[in-house]
Design a protein around this ligand. Structure first.
Ligand SMILES: C[C@](O)(C(=O)O)[C@H](CC(=O)O)C(=O)O
Ligand SMILES: [Mg+2]
Length: 304
């Protein structure tokens, strides 16, 4: 029998085991299943992903705590992988953050990242961001740590200070956030590999690098990140961006060609989908449980 450990403990364990730990964005429950199938050991729910994919909205602080929680529950219900959740600015200050942390634990999150932007927040890789004072962010972190009490949820502090206040100030903030109780640091909008070393040297907790595409951070490999002391590398929207391109291509092809045949080869076959969902197990269970009493005819039901 496999040992039952909390999501937070599992997350800490995989951080220790993989150097660096690659964390991939899964915008929904099925993506979480796919990430597990590929062999990943930790997954991420992106705030941008929820806004973009579930609501068709930009990542500008429009989505709510409940919107994100709903996705967290769906994902943790479908996947055993530890889930890092983007909680933006926490949706409120002391009591708002308290509620967010408690609900995230109930929903099965392994870790959350809380950022030092003002509300409404902006994407970390876009201009005109503003941050709250160091003191305000320290209060946010304290509220989060207090809400978690003695639980295992990992509280990660994200700093967006690099773009607005420079490297020295961002590194200094990171150290103060750790002092306030943050157990890991998310350095946002980093523009050069060597900057990670500065963060890593200033804090003695795991450091996360956000390897998002088309942003401020050039593409680096996991080996390059590891050499700078980075413990976790995040790919928040990589699959979502690829899925979006693929979907557009299919929609256009159906109109243009009058059939989907040119793109069928790019599709996941029904068989593979069903295997990942354990479809046949469900079907067998249904056959066992359902007497089909009250069903007038067996029409459409294949004889086995
Ligand atoms: C990590 C992030 O917060 C997210 O919501 O996924 C975004 C990612 C992106 O917009 O590329 C961010 O970096 O702000
Ligand atoms: Mg985000």
């Amino acid at each position: 029998m496999s040992e039952q450990i909390s999501a937070g403990k599992l997350f800490r364990r995989v951080i220790d085991a993989e150097k660096p730990l690659q964390i991939v964005g899964t915008i929904n429950a099925y993506c979480a299943i796919l990430a597990e199938k590929a062999g990943h050991r930790a997954i991420y729910l992106s705030g941008a992903g929820v806004a973009n994919a579930s609501f068709g909205l930009p990542d500008l602080g429009i989505i709510s705590r409940s919107d994100v929680l709903e996705e967290v529950r769906r994902i943790t219900g479908a996947s055993p992988l530890p889930l890092l959740v983007d909680i933006d600015t926490g949706w409120g200050e002391e009591f708002g953050i308290d509620r967010t942390i408690k609900e995230m634990i109930r929903a099965g999150a392994a870790a959350v990242h809380l950022e030092d932007q003002v509300e409404p927040k902006r994407c970390g890789h876009r201009p005109n961001k503003s941050i709250v004072s160091t003191g305000r962010m320290v209060d946010r972190i304290k509220a989060a740590v207090d809400a978690r009490s003695d639980g295992d949820l990992m509280i990660m502090a994200r700093t967006d200070a690099l773009a607005t206040a420079g490297l020295d100030a961002a590194v200094e903030r990171a150290a103060l956030y750790v002092e306030a109780g943050a157990e890991s640091i998310f350095a946002e909008g980093v523009t050069d590999l060597a900057m990670y070393r500065r963060f890593a040297d200033a804090v003695d907790v795991p450091l996360l690098a956000n390897m998002t595409e088309f942003g401020k951070t050039p593409y680096y490999t996991k080996e390059q990140f590891a050499a700078q002391g980075v413990a976790m590398v995040l790919y928040p929207l990589s699959a979502f961006r690829a899925m979006s391109r693929a979907a557009l291509e299919v929609y256009e092809t159906i109109l243009r060609a009058g059939t989907q045949e040119p793109v069928v080869a790019a599709m996941q076959p029904r068989e593979e989908l069903y295997e990942l969902l354990h479809y046949y197990d469900y079907e067998r269970k249904l056959d066992r449980l359902s007497s089909r009493d009250g069903v007038e005819s067996g029409e459409g039901r294949e004889k086995r």
